[in-house]
Design a protein around this ligand. Structure first.
Ligand code: DAH
Length: 343
């Protein structure tokens, strides 16, 4: 290898530049490039040591030679970095790697819109004094049906298309079984909400999916009445949907409540004048509710002579759909980042 001392004039440096260019043109792969880099551009490489040859040179020559040597090094470095064979691998990268630069930011995810909605619902009830409880997704037939006053061959079981795991085990079709689990563990007064995922063997469409989230509510104490239920749900609706919200109560049927009701809220999208979200009715159905059936209290070990209670259950995605004006429930489960990023 040429030694720095061989180069003493700018002319010699011109010749060196030419030969380096030619050599760069022959570099076939990263390994050859790395060898070139070490030989000429590295800390102990030729181009960095050229100035050592300056000793003993007359002042004016030294100046011209120094300037030329510096330019040569800068030019070759630049060209080496931009050369087409550079694969971005370990080789040339190192020469320009700056460990003090801040790292490239990692993309951060966001909370899923159905989880956000569920959290908001729960927060409102927690502020009203409700506790939170959870139950298992894989349930027994007893908790999902029997204890909730669905006898074995009761036709109401057909309302809930069930995924069975075995004869007696299933994926819960609603969060109501958690009511029984809470009653078994706690004595009244009970004020509890129970969020969770539920599963239905349903045909998948824009309106229904085989899995979704519910928030169940339960309040048991002495003298709990329908008026308490109505007041609680109205207070919730005002906080969630806005102060001017109105609710409408319709009678309904569930085996585990008597009487049973369904609750609609004033369509906040069109202010009740009729739109596609409320199907021109001005109202949106948000939940089922009712006074806990005495048989259900009994199954939970609570004396139905002494205590009464109300319960309710709402579908989280349904509420999120209305709230965000989304027209297809499947979007919640497809994990398309373009959709999820918007929340
Ligand atoms: N479990 C019912 C369902 O999934 C919803 C429901 C209705 C829950 C009435 C309740 C209730 O607690 O009282 O369709």
């Amino acid at each position: 290898m040429a030694t720095p001392a061989e180069y003493r004039t700018p002319k010699q440096l011109d010749a060196l530049e030419q030969s380096l260019r030619a050599e760069m043109g022959t570099l076939a792969d990263d390994r050859a490039a790395e060898e070139f880099r070490i030989k000429y551009l590295g800390k102990k490489g030729l181009l960095r040591s050229l100035l050592k040859g300056l000793a003993g040179m007359p002042e004016n020559e030294r100046k011209a030679f120094g300037a030329r040597a510096n330019r040569l090094r800068a030019d070759i470095e630049q060209e080496f970095k931009q050369a087409p064979w550079r694969s971005g691998g370990a080789t040339a990268e190192h020469s320009s790697f700056d460990p003090t630069l801040p790292a490239a930011p990692l993309p951060i995810g966001s909370i899923h819109p159905s989880v956000q909605t569920c959290d908001e619902i729960c927060d409102i009830f927690v502020r009203m004094g409700f506790d939170i409880a959870y139950g298992p997704d894989v349930e027994t037939d007893y908790y999902n049906f029997e204890a909730l006053n669905f006898p074995r061959h009761h036709p109401a079981r057909d309302m809930q298309d069930t995924f069975f795991v075995s004869d007696s085990m299933l994926l819960r079709t609603h969060t109501s079984p958690v009511q029984i689990r809470v009653m078994e563990k706690q004595k009244p007064p009970i004020r509890c909400i129970m969020p969770g995922t539920v599963y239905r063997h349903e045909e998948i469409s824009a309106r229904s999916y085989c899995q979704f989230a519910q928030v169940e509510g339960l309040y048991i104490d002495r003298d709990v009445s329908m008026a308490d239920l109505k007041g609680t749900l109205l207070a919730f609706s005002k906080q969630f949907f806005g102060e001017n919200t109105k609710i409408k109560i319709r009678s309904s049927f569930f085996p585990f409540t008597e009487p049973s009701i369904e609750v609609d809220v004033w369509c906040f999208v069109c202010n009740g004048s009729g739109c596609s979200v409320c199907k021109q009715s001005g109202w949106l159905e948000i939940l089922g509710a009712g006074m806990v059936h005495p048989n259900v209290l009994k199954a939970g070990g609570i004396d139905s002579e002494e205590y009464t209670g109300f319960a309710f259950g709402m579908g989280v995605e349904r509420i999120a759909l209305m709230r965000y004006g989304i027209d297809d429930i499947r979007l919640f489960f497809e994990n398309d980042v373009r959709f999820l990023k918007q929340f």
